[in-house]
Design a protein around this ligand. Sequence first.
Ligand code: ADP
Ligand code: GLC
Length: 513
Amino acid sequence: MLPRVLLVTSEALPLAKTGGLADAVSGLARALRDASVDATILMPAYPSALDAAIELEMVAELPGLVGGDATVWAGWAADAEIPVLLLRNDALYMRPGNPYVDPDGREFPDNAIRFAALAQAAQRISMGATPIRVPHIVHAHDWHAALTPLYLHAAGVKRPKTVLTIHNLAFQGNFPLSLADELGIPPAYRGSDGVEFWGQLNFMKAGLRYADRLTTVSATYAREILTPDFGNGLEGVLCQRTHELKAIPNGIDAEIWDPSIDPFLPEHFSALDMRGKVRNKLEMQRAFGLPTDPEAPVLAMGSRLTAQKMADVAVEIFPRLLAAHPRLQVAVLGCGERSVEEKLRALAEQHPRNLGVHIGYDERRGHLLHAGADMLLHGSRFEPFGLTPLYSMLYGTVPIASRVGGLADSITGLSSEPGAEVGAATGILFDGQTPDDMLRAVEHALSIFAQPHKWTALQKNGMTTHFGWEAPAAQYLNLYRSLAPVAPVGAPMVARRSGVIAPQAAPDVRKRA
Ligand code: ADP
Ligand code: GLC
């Protein structure tokens, strides 16, 4: 009795990625399939997705979608483990840049249409309007997919049931309310108890209002977003739905993030045999233009360079740190706010032997950074989950992170009492958002780094922590089952190479009570 699940998303590894959303959706899909759930990803056919997917074949036509006629292509994510449905409308999705912005970093002006089309495609599939088998659960991720529950609700569809996962409430998809007609949002859904948000049309709010269940990616973030400090104006809407809001933390995909098998690394290592880490350190120093020195402490930062990640604060402390610790090396990988990128480039010119910067998005360098560094600086003003510091932990690179959101849940902070034992600690957690708060935390880490037995204990604690997807996937499965309790075992959502994909029985379109 396992449900068929359609995961609707803008990103999924390795088809398109700008951040942790891609890792989380693919990790979940793979884990659900390992648990014999028929999970399929639906996402736009960006150029990268068309390149990375294999065995693509057209399985449905979707005439008259917002933004124009579209088609659906079924295939597999590159490792052939995850079935994907790619929504193809080349005028909307075949563009240079990333899923949201052009190569100069400017938002695409028609993002409302691009992502409304994704939700409409999910709606049509869910209503049996295509040859694709109707799912029992439609699981939308973040604002890009969040109109899906509204469209289904407005069509009077009771099944499939809908789940919305909030990966980041700071991104909501706000657009002019005047687009409502074009997007097919009925007048009854445009008010303040619908999608309206301070005179705008808010995609995330549509999902928060109309999904059958809401989830977010850590227990602490689930509490935080009910408050004005973290709710980004949607705390009131969320407070009305606390009984339907559940925290399910992300897992980590061990096939991608494991230093004993990672194909991006020059040498493998594990908690049982750490010898290979030093070769990664030397390779990483070379990759960031730093002198190769196995003894120098290396502080890494690898993330979007934005206010969320306190990148503005990090650039303030780097010169102070380097002045106090002449042997320290800092390696930064990231892209984001132009002002931060420029400051980092300038700092790298001033400190060519101690500060290496790579501005850009580079998967291989990301893996090398986590493997080669000694510590990872990861400030966050808010953090729904925070995959990056956990990757670093598993690679023996001790995280120095803010005590917020998922970081507070998944990192065990070392006590700052002088002489405190390492115990079960896996990293350094700090409170506050000032340069001094961050600097104190890095100083604490450097003082422990100077005590090798303590440092090794911290590293090993982190490396042996288990963050698999099995437990989170089981929690999602329970949630799906509670929504679709008597799901019959059926044929897979997408019958491959059958020639004919049988249409489903008509969906249940009885009006909601
Ligand atoms: P967020 O989703 O808020 O950006 P996470 O830490 O959850 O934060 O996920 C970020 C993901 O993006 C990780 O997989 C991280 O390795 C990756 N990443 C971020 N910036 C870069 C970059 N410049 N190059 C390569 N990978 C990056
Ligand atoms: C978001 C969050 C990040 C989380 C990721 C995956 O982008 O910023 O904290 O890990 O989604 O859920």
